[in-house]
Write a protein that binds this ligand. Structure first.
Ligand code: ADP
Length: 565
C-alpha cells in the first residue's frame, strides 16, 4: 500500500513539473508570437504614417497652389477669370462668388448654366444660403496628434521656408536697373491681393468634396473653387509606393472604408483587417492602411502549430518515458518482493517434508517400531513426502529452465489414456488421504499423441496438486479427456471455493497467489500454474481457466496431437 502510494507520488512529481513546463513553454510561444505581431504592426504603422504624410503633403501643396492662384486673380472681371480657370485646370470642378447679404452671385442659382452647376449649387446650398457656418466645425480643422500630422506640419513649414524669397531692400526697390529675371517675372505677375484663404471639406451624396475660397481684406465677397476630387485623387496615387519588397500591401481607403486604390504583391480582399491604418489630415475620413500577406500570416500560425505540436510531443515523450521507468521500477520492486517470498515459501516447502522424512526414517532406523502396519505407514509417508519433494524440485528446476529459455521438449509417442491412468494411480494415496473422489471421464477410443511426457505429467500434476490443496472441501475432482482430429482437450474441474474473478487470469502469472485465507493456509510458491501454462505453450497448446456453472473452478488444457510446434 505504502509502495503504491510512493509510486503515485513519484508519478505526480513527474506529471506536475512536466505539465507546468509545457504550459510555460506554450505561454512563451504565445507571447513571442504576440511580440512578433506587435513589432510587425509597429513597423507597418511607421510605413503607413510615412505614406499618409506624403499624401497629406501633396494635397497641402495642391491646396496652397490653388489658393496662390485665387489670391492673384485680378478683382476686375473676376467671374470671367474664374470661368477661364475652370475650363483650363482639370483640378477645378466648379467656381463661385458669394457675397455677404446677397448670397451666391456665381453661378446664378436661378439660372445655372449646366446640370453640373445646378448640382454644385444644390450640394453647397446650406453654405451658400448661410445656413451652415463657413467656418469649418472644430473637428474638421482639429489636428489630431498622430505622427502623420506632425510630419505634415514639419514638412509644410520646411517647404514654406524654402519658398520664402528675400524681402527687397528699400534702395533696391527704388533702383530700376539691374533687375533680375525672376524679379521681372514677379513684376509682370499680378500683385497678390491680401486676404485670408480657407478650405472646407464637405460631405454630400455620400462623397467627400473640397471647397476652397479666398476672402480679400475689407471685402464682403468670397470667391473660390470646388476641387475635382477624381483629378486630385488620381494624382495622389503616385504617393503610394510603387515597388514593394516586403510582405505587405497598401491601400487608400475612402470615407466608407472601401478600398479606393491598392498596391502590393497580393490582392487585398474586402473583408481583411489591416495591420495598421492612419487617417489623412487633408482628406477627412480617408485613410491609408497596410495589410499583411495572408500567406505569411498562415506561416506564423503554422509556426505556432508546429511549436505546440513539438511541445506536446515533448510532454507526451517525457510522461511516457517517465511512466515507463516508474512502471519498470514498480515491476522490479514487485519481482524482488515476490522472489523473497518465493525463496521463503520454497524453503518452507522443502523443510516440512524433509523433517517428516528424517523423523520417520530415524524411528525406523532405531528399530523400535515392531508393528508391521506402523512400519508400512511410516514408509508410505516417507515415499509420499519424497514425492512431494520431487514435484517441488521439478517445479523449481522447470521454472529456472523456462525463465532462461533452456527447456527442451522430447517427442515421445504417448497414449494419453494410459498415461493418465498410471499417473492418477500413483496419486490415489494422496486423494484418499484428502478424502477426495476423482471422477475420470475418458473417451472410449484411444488417444495417441507425440509429446513430452515429463512436461505433460508436470502440467497435470500441478493442476491436480492445486485441486487437492485448495478444493478438498468440494470432495470431488473431475478429469475429462476429449480427443479430436487434430487436438485433445483435458479439463480438470473441482467443487472447491473457486478463484475470485479478479484473479482468474492473474493466477497464471509467476509468484501470484490469491490473497485469501484459503491460500495462506496452504504452502505454495505461486509457480504451479505459471509453469503449467508455459509448458503447455511449449508443447504447442494452451492452458486456460474455463468458465463453469456453480462452485469451484476448472482448468482446460488444449494440445495438438502432433506434438511440439
Ligand atoms: P501455488 O499453488 O504454489 O500457490 P499456483 O500457481 O499453483 O501456486 O496457484 C496460484 C494461486 O491460484 C494459488 O495460490 C491459489 O490461490 C489459486 N488456485 C490455484 N488453483 C486453485 C483451485 N483449484 N482452487 C482455488 N484456488 C486455486
Amino acid at each position: 500500500m505504502l509502495k503504491s502510494k510512493l509510486i503515485i507520488l513519484a508519478w505526480l512529481l513527474l506529471l506536475v513539473p512536466t505539465l507546468l513546463l509545457g504550459v510555460g513553454a506554450l505561454r512563451l510561444l504565445e507571447s513571442e508570437e504576440a511580440r512578433l505581431l506587435d513589432s510587425r504592426r509597429t513597423s507597418a504603422a511607421d510605413r503607413v504614417t510615412a505614406i499618409a504624410g506624403n499624401i497629406d503633403l501633396a494635397i497641402a501643396e495642391v491646396q496652397d497652389g490653388l489658393q496662390d492662384i485665387l489670391r492673384q486673380l485680378p478683382q476686375q472681371q473676376l467671374a470671367d477669370q474664374l470661368h477661364r480657370w475652370k475650363q483650363e485646370n482639370p483640378l477645378v470642378r466648379n467656381v463661385f462668388i458669394w457675397q455677404q447679404g446677397r448670397g451666391l452671385l456665381l453661378p446664378d442659382p436661378q439660372h445655372p448654366a449646366s446640370d453640373e452647376e445646378a448640382a454644385f449649387v444644390r450640394r453647397f446650398q446650406p453654405l451658400f444660403a448661410d445656413q451652415s457656418s463657413w467656418q469649418p466645425p472644430q473637428t474638421d480643422r482639429q489636428v489630431t496628434t498622430t505622427p502623420a500630422s506632425s510630419i505634415l506640419a514639419e514638412r509644410r513649414e520646411l517647404r514654406l521656408l524654402a519658398q520664402r524669397a528675400p524681402e527687397p531692400a528699400p534702395q533696391e526697390q527704388q533702383a530700376d536697373s539691374a533687375v533680375s529675371s525672376s524679379e521681372s517675372a514677379r513684376k509682370t505677375a499680378p500683385s497678390p491681393v491680401s486676404g485670408s484663404s480657407h478650405w472646407r471639406s464637405w460631405y454630400a451624396d455620400d462623397q467627400l468634396h473640397l471647397l476652397g475660397w479666398f476672402v480679400p481684406d475689407g471685402n464682403s465677397q468670397r470667391y473660390g473653387i470646388e476641387v475635382e476630387m477624381m483629378a486630385l485623387l488620381s494624382r495622389l496615387l503616385g504617393n503610394l509606393p510603387l515597388q514593394i519588397d516586403g510582405e505587405e500591401s497598401f491601400a487608400l481607403l475612402d470615407g466608407k472604408e472601401q478600398i479606393f486604390h491598392q498596391v502590393g504583391n497580393f490582392e487585398i480582399l474586402p473583408d481583411r483587417q489591416p495591420l495598421a491604418r492612419v487617417a489623412l489630415q487633408n482628406l477627412p475620413h480617408w485613410q491609408v492602411a497596410a495589410y499583411a500577406d495572408p500567406a505569411t500570416a498562415g506561416a506564423a500560425s503554422g509556426i505556432m502549430l508546429f511549436g505546440s505540436l513539438l511541445i506536446g510531443t515533448f510532454i507526451i515523450a517525457i510522461l511516457l518515458g517517465g511512466s515507463l521507468l516508474l512502471w519498470q521500477a514498480w515491476r522490479n520492486q514487485r519481482d524482488a518482493s515476490q522472489k523473497t517470498s518465493f525463496v521463503s515459501n520454497v524453503s518452507h516447502e522443502l523443510k516440512t517434508p524433509l523433517t517428516t522424512i528424517r523423523m520417520y526414517a530415524e524411528l525406523l532406523g532405531e528399530g523400535r517400531i515392531n508393528d508391521q502396519q506402523k512400519q508400512q505407514r511410516y514408509l508410505q509417508t516417507i515415499i509420499k513426502e519424497s514425492q512431494r519433494l520431487t514435484r517441488l524440485v521439478n517445479n523449481v528446476l522447470d521454472f529456472n529452465r523456462l525463465e532462461q529459455g533452456r527447456r527442451r521438449y522430447q517427442q515421445d509417442r504417448l497414449e494419453l489414456k494410459q498415461l493418465l491412468t498410471e499417473l492418477l494411480e500413483s496419486q490415489q494415496p494422496r486423494l484418499r488421504e484428502a478424502e477426495i473422489e476423482l471422477e475420470l471421464d475418458l473417451p472410449p477410443e484411444s488417444c495417441p499423441l507425440q509429446s513430452d511426457r515429463d512436461a505433460l505429467e508436470q502440467i497435470i500434476l500441478n493442476l491436480l496438486d492445486n485441486g487437492i490443496k485448495y478444493a478438498a472441501a468440494g470432495k470431488k475432482l473431475q478429469l475429462q479427456l476429449r480427443c479430436g482430429q487434430a487436438q485433445l482437450r483435458l479439463r480438470l474441474r473441482d467443487w472447491g471455493p473457486g478463484i475470485p474473478n479478479a484473479h482468474k487470469q492473474r493466477v497464471f502469472e509467476k509468484f501470484h497467489r490469491v490473497d485469501n485465507s484459503l491460500t495462506t493456509r496452504q504452502q505454495g510458491s505461486g509457480l504451479g500454474l505459471s509453469i503449467a501454462r508455459q509448458l503447455a505453450e511449449g508443447l504447442g497448446g494452451q492452458l486456460d481457466y474455463c468458465p463453469i456453472e456453480g462452485n469451484g473452478c476448472c482448468f482446460e488444457l488444449l494440445l495438438p496431437l502432433g506434438g511440439e510446434k
